[in-house]
Design a protein around this ligand. Structure first.
Ligand code: GLA
Length: 376
């Protein structure tokens, strides 16, 4: 009888690949749909792209900021839950909020005093974090309307977003054309792929600023984290790197073995009041490598992070204080979620010993981060 509920499916796009799917899986098709999420003040549409795979896993991305607005993942009982913070409507995203789900550019994290020198010329950027520039300045890529389009492909639901940043935007040199593709596979992987080209040399550091809570509620203190990082970049009280690269061993930043976020977070006082550190990923060489594994013991949900980037910022939602009401009217409290921002090290433009973040004309920038979800 088992044969009756199993069907052999031959993928037309890839003749020779034979997959065995259950009937319930066959009933669900991988799909991408777009709809209108809201309108900007000038009347421009902001679109919502809904990527759904054969299992029913869903990623929702809006063209404002090429922002991951929702990510519905099954728990160990196959119950779906939204594992990222954000808002139900555009109004929320247009208001003040700490980069929920956004694509961050032109330069992720901080640049000291908003200054850097490139090819003998000093540049001054917009300051938006005390005396420093944070996440691209006042109107970073997360505050721009990107052009979104559906991309069709076998067994993967994808949407592509493009944005052209003008020469001088927020003080950065060069016209920069950026593309971000979000692709959801039938294996519950969300791939985020970035490419960029410039017509003048420019610093470039892109990331996605999703706030994850694998339980879909409460806080992340009992989430267990493992990082493939033996070192980190210490910071001064304004969260600017000192330039040193030091071992995590013997500090609360040692996540080389799986450890609960809450186990040592109390050891941080002042700024940061929790985790807000760039970890130096082991053996980074531009190839896709394992960076992090985050697990929520209660729901059984697990997320692995793989990336081509040399660093990851672990930020434990220290600045959330309950004043922002997000999806479903929930007030996001301190540590309601955490970010794992795959990136080049903060303020790399001012530290020659850090891997270079300069993109030059004629070169194509490429970066990929994959979030692999499972539950057990
Ligand atoms: C990053 C920074 C933090 C904070 C958040 C947004 O993670 O490192 O210091 O600015 O973004 O609030």
């Amino acid at each position: 009888m088992r044969a009756a509920i199993l069907t052999v499916a031959i993928s037309c796009a890839n003749i020779g690949t034979i997959r065995i799917l259950s009937r319930s899986q066959l009933l669900k098709e991988t799909s991408v749909e777009s709809s209108i999420f809201g309108k900007m003040g000038d009347g421009a549409d902001v679109e919502l792209f809904t990527l759904k795979n054969a299992r029913g896993t869903t990623a929702k991305i809006i063209s404002y900021g090429a922002t991951l607005q929702g990510l519905w993942m099954p728990d160990r009982t196959n119950k779906f839950g939204d594992v990222v913070l954000g808002f139900d409507d555009l109004k929320g995203y247009l208001g003040p909020h700490p980069y929920f789900g956004g694509t961050i550019g032109r330069f992720a994290n901080r640049i000291a005093r908003g200054k850097f020198t490139l090819d003998g010329r000093e540049y001054a950027l917009a300051l938006n974090d005390g005396a420093n520039t944070l996440h691209g300045g006042r109107q970073g890529f997360n505050r721009k309307v990107w052009k979104g389009e559906i991309v069709k492909g076998p067994r993967t639901a994808s949407a592509k977003f493009t944005y052209v940043s003008t020469d001088g935007e927020e003080g950065f040199p060069g016209t920069l054309a950026v593309t971000v593709v979000y692709a959801l596979t039938d294996e519950d992987e969300l791939k985020i792929d970035y490419t960029a080209r410039t017509d003048k040399a420019t610093p470039l550091n892109l990331t996605n600023h999703s706030y994850f809570n694998l339980a879909g509620k409460g806080d992340i203190l009992s989430h267990v984290l493992q990082l493939n990082a033996d070192q980190y970049t210490p910071v001064d009280p304004t969260l600017i790197p000192t330039g040193e690269i030091v071992p995590v061993k013997g500090t609360p930043l040692d996540f080389t073995q799986p450890t609960a976020i809450g186990a040592r977070i109390g050891q941080f006082a002042g700024n940061p009041s929790g985790y807000d550190h760039n970890f130096v990923l082991n053996d980074a060489n531009g190839q896709l490598k394992f960076a992090a594994r985050l697990r929520d013991p209660a729901s059984g949900r697990q997320m692995e992070v793989w990336t081509t980037e040399p660093g990851v910022q672990l930020y434990s939602g220290n600045f959330l204080d309950g004043t922002i009401q997000g999806k479903g009217g929930v007030a996001y409290q301190k540590h309601a979620a955490l970010c794992l921002e795959t990136q080049h090290y903060p303020d790399s433009v001012n530290h020659p010993n850090f891997p270079s973040t300069i993109l030059r004309p004629g070169s194509v920038f490429h970066q990929e981060t994959i979030l692999k979800f499972s539950a057990r």
